[in-house]
Design a protein around this ligand. Structure first.
Ligand code: GAP
Length: 406
């Protein structure tokens, strides 16, 4: 048991250190000693996070006919949070008294005009308060959904475990409006959709477990919740959630829906699939981190699927002081691939072995090297991250070769 715990602690340390060393995630306000519960995203972490969010948006918004996006303000009228019960109930126990975890702020310059506001603790309310706008503009038929990706803030009593529990984080949420009698059917459907997305992105599905949350542990607005838990090194804990919010929010905001065909007024019920971006990144890193032994040397790499890898391929001239190699690599390979795939980097730092290690560590699926043979036969070496195997590929076939692999 002790040995297992040590291994898990080590893994977490390795991930945190890799994130810093390779420019994925830095501690927030680091040069001033940090600021608890905040992290800053470096170039590669940002690329990973953007790919993840774009992938989510494509599946749940762009590829559907029944979903409407919104990007609501983070600062909202305090009445929103009074109506939803967050002011009264959004609290964690602290020293026997309840501590409200919403981050309060003051808005306005003149004393008499200053209003209390809260940095939103969930993106969900940005959708509910725009329910009427969306219905009035798009006239959607039930069932339909609203989707939002954005920051959320919670004054967590004890932020910890790297990206797991922060005070500022990001959510990707859907509020799906259904007829009351259909809620169970849609709940099951969304459970499968969430699992599908996790599978498609490359989460280690053996580490994901469903937990039926007991009434006493559910949020105040939920009539049923399933947590998708993940086996993190620090324990099995919540990754994402799926809640049946029933008509709680629409009733509290005094909102309703008119079925134009039937001419009836109803209050739709809500199924809410919710995804934390930061926890998704952490669980993904833990899912794809691999160590193997290559010719007696331990190497670590991130086995990202190419749909989310921050970099798809790195292009290198074998030697950076040979202008003919550099010119060929730049003009005939790098530019071609950059225009096609975007996520392509130039890497001529150190020897080839070092470049491979560096690209392995950030999870780049392919390294392409221009060498002296290239100058005579127009072929390049393509090295596969996972197997370490190398193939000669004609430059004219390179785009197709990579497209097929990804
Ligand atoms: N609108 C529903 C809602 O906000 P939640 O379970 O409180 O539900 C949703 O939060 C998701 O947001 C969680 O499943 C988790 O992925 C993420 N999350 C919540 N608190 C977080 C925190 N302090 N740090 C990082 N992510 C967090």
């Amino acid at each position: 048991m002790k040995e297992k715990n040590k291994k898990e602690d080590d893994l977490m340390e390795k991930i945190v250190s890799l994130c810093k060393r390779r420019g994925f995630v830095f501690q927030g306000s680091e040069i001033y000693g940090g600021f608890a519960g905040t992290y800053d995203w470096g170039h590669l972490g940002l690329a990973l996070k953007n790919n993840l969010k774009q992938n989510w948006w494509k599946k749940f918004v762009d590829n559907r006919r029944d979903m409407y996006g919104i990007d609501a303000a983070i600062l909202m009228n305090a009445k929103v949070w009074e109506a939803t019960g967050h002011v009264a109930n959004f609290a964690d126990p602290l020293d026997g008294k309840q501590f409200n975890t919403m981050l309060k702020t003051e808005v306005g310059a003149k004393k008499e005009e200053v209003a209390i506001s809260y940095l939103r603790p969930e993106t969900a309310q940005g959708m509910f308060v725009n329910f009427k706008n969306t219905v009035d503009v798009f006239h959607p038929k039930l069932p339909f959904g609203m989707a939002q990706i954005g920051k959320a803030f919670r004054n967590e009593i004890a932020p910890r475990d790297f990206l797991f529990r922060q005070r500022e984080f990001e959510q990707m949420e859907i509020e799906y409006f259904v007829r009351q009698e259909d809620w169970e059917k849609h709940f099951e459907y969304w459970k499968d959709e969430m699992l599908d997305w996790m599978q498609d992105l490359g989460f280690d599905m053996t580490k994901i477990h469903e937990l039926e949350v007991e009434k006493k542990d559910r949020a105040h607005y939920s009539k049923r919740t399933i947590d998708f838990e993940f086996d993190y090194p620090f324990g099995r804990k919540e990754l994402f959630g799926l809640a049946y919010r029933a008509d709680f929010d629409l009733i509290n905001h005094k909102l309703e829906y008119i079925d134009e065909e039937k001419g009836e007024k109803i209050i739709p019920h809500v199924i809410e699939p919710t995804f934390g971006v930061d926890r998704a990144v952490l669980a993904l890193l833990l899912s794809v981190y691999v160590e193997d032994n290559k010719n007696g040397e331990i190497r670590s790499y991130l086995k990202f699927k190419s749909n989310i890898a921050p970099v798809i391929c790195a292009v290198s001239p074998l030697l950076k002081n040979k202008p003919e190699l550099v010119k060929y690599a730049e003009n005939k390979v790098f530019r071609l691939l950059k225009a096609e795939f975007g996520r392509v980097v130039w890497d001529d730092n150190g020897n080839i072995g070092k470049r491979y290690r560096r690209q392995d560590e950030i999870g780049t699926p392919f390294c392409i090297v221009v060498d002296f043979d290239t100058l005579t036969d127009d072929t390049v070496t393509v090295r596969d991250r996972d197997t370490g195997e190398q193939e000669r590929v004609k430059v004219t076939d390179l785009k197709k070769y990579i497209q097929e692999k990804i």
